[in-house]
Design a protein around this ligand. Structure first.
Ligand SMILES: [Zn+2]
Ligand SMILES: [Zn+2]
Length: 438
């Protein structure tokens, strides 16, 4: 398959970290050889010799980078392995390559993945422990002063962790398209989950029916995602590039293809891609990853086809098209009404929500309560209490875009709170870039 390749029109960086020494268990879908065939395919395609495609080594993320985003209980040092720090560091390296103009675009082909990891972390859920995109986003904000960022999650599973982390942030537009949560883990990701009181309409979920194929994804792109992105005008677009929508994926029920992924990527035109799921190790990942990379680099993707690819297998019934079309119209309407909704909700002062977070890997529940302290001038600060196993955290989280008054109010509350043997009290201050514990 090796061929004489032209120089890539768009300079593209790749960070490859297969984490060959880390797995959940030897038979688990998230295991060491997940990226083995992808690596072979990239070499076979001759990508290392293409002008304008560069390979970068991942860095090791600092615990400080993790703590800027997460509230790890008991601590990030106790919960994470070195592989997690390298996976997050791989995403950071990809971002740095783009922000420092070493390349125009970059793709972090790394594992373990991250998009099911929420702000509070008590362990693994959905194969994820820390959210590598979120860690990268806050790193970018801290180091390069970028404000408006869009994350488009194209993994087959709802990106519930990323949604959770940015739920009340109107400077982060989070769009997730995924298999309908009534039919797949984690069971969430419906249109009505549309953002916290300071960011209503800034979370957009597009739950697609099982068996959605290229046509349905194209439709979601053209009728919802692209118009919403254009209206948001992000400074940076990030693709959480999960590839388990593929028709050969063993743990999902979609009908997407390598051609479809390549086209989606060309249209989305993300600055940075970060690999998420994808468990068809031989049948999908080598093709989907290659298609995405070539599309990012502006190279021809017409030859990237699975050996058994036949477009006739992927025709959608008309009722599926009308269902997806309606969903797109509702999503666009939701986003269009965001400012009106936000003005109405800001009046409420403090809004408290409760949820139960299930950790499927080892099987336990965390009860979490979140109080949004709202403000007419900024998204406000968030007070979180969470308890699970025999641990508890009580945190004050200050977003990077809080106003000086909310910054001071949150710090005062932290000073006045006291911990005990079971509960740790945390100040997560993204303005002063501090993480304090007592
Ligand atoms: Zn997935
Ligand atoms: Zn404020």
């Amino acid at each position: 398959m090796s061929r004489c390749m032209p120089s890539a029109p768009t300079s593209t960086g790749l960070v490859l970290f297969p984490a060959f020494d880390w797995c959940i268990s030897p038979t688990h879908p998230e295991r060491e050889e997940r990226l083995l065939y992808t690596k072979d395919q990239l070499i076979e395609e001759g990508l290392e010799d293409v002008n304008n495609i560069s390979f970068f080594n991942p860095e090791i993320a600092a615990h400080h980078d993790i703590d800027r985003v997460h509230l790890c209980v008991p601590s990030s040092r106790k919960l994470l392995t070195e592989s997690h720090l390298i996976s997050a560091g791989g995403a950071i390296r990809a971002a740095r390559a783009v922000m420092e103009r070493e390349v125009e675009k970059a793709f972090a082909v790394v594992r373990p993945p991250g998009h099911h990891a929420m702000q509070t972390v008590f362990g693994d859920r959905g194969f994820c422990i820390v959210n590598i995109e979120a860690i990268m986003v806050e790193y970018i904000r801290r180091h390069y002063g970028i404000r408006k960022i869009a994350i488009v999650d194209t993994d087959c599973h709802h990106g519930d962790g990323t949604q959770d982390i940015f739920y009340n942030d109107p400077d982060t537009l989070f769009i997730s398209l995924h298999q309908d949560g009534r039919t797949l883990y984690p069971g969430s990701g419906f249109l009505h989950e549309s953002g916290g009181p300071s960011a209503p309409g800034y979370t957009i979920n597009l739950p697609l029916p099982p068996e959605t194929s290229e046509e349905g994804f194209d439709m979601a792109m053209e009728r919802a995602i692209m118009p919403i992105l254009d209206a948001f005008e992000p400074e940076l677009i990030i693709n959480s590039a999960g590839q388990d929508n593929h028709y050969t994926d063993p743990i999902t029920n979609m009908n997407f293809t390598a051609q479809g992924y390549a086209r989606l990527n060309r249209r989305l035109n993300p600055d940075i891609c970060v690999l998420e799921g994808g468990y068809s190790i031989e049948g999908a990942l080598p093709y989907t990853n290659l298609g995405i990379i070539l599309a990012m680099a502006g190279l021809d993707t017409s030859h990237v086809r699975e050996p058994d690819y036949d477009p006739a297998n992927f025709v959608q019934p008309p009722e599926m098209n009308s269902y997806i079309g309606e969903l797109c119209d509702q999503a666009v309407a939701l986003f269009a009404g965001r400012e009106q909704l936000r003005r109405e909700q800001a009046e409420q002062g403090v809004v408290t929500t409760d949820k139960r977070i299930y950790y499927d890997t080892t099987g336990f529940d965390v009860r979490e309560s979140r109080s949004y302290h709202l403000c007419p001038h900024c998204p406000g600060f968030t007070e979180i209490t969470a308890a699970g196993l025999d641990r508890q955290v009580h945190a004050f989280s200050i977003p990077f875009n809080a106003c000086p008054r909310c910054h001071t109010r949150a710090k005062d509350r932290f000073q006045k709170s006291s911990g005990d043997g079971h509960s740790q009290v945390v100040l997560q201050d993204r303005i002063d870039d501090l993480y304090e514990l007592k």
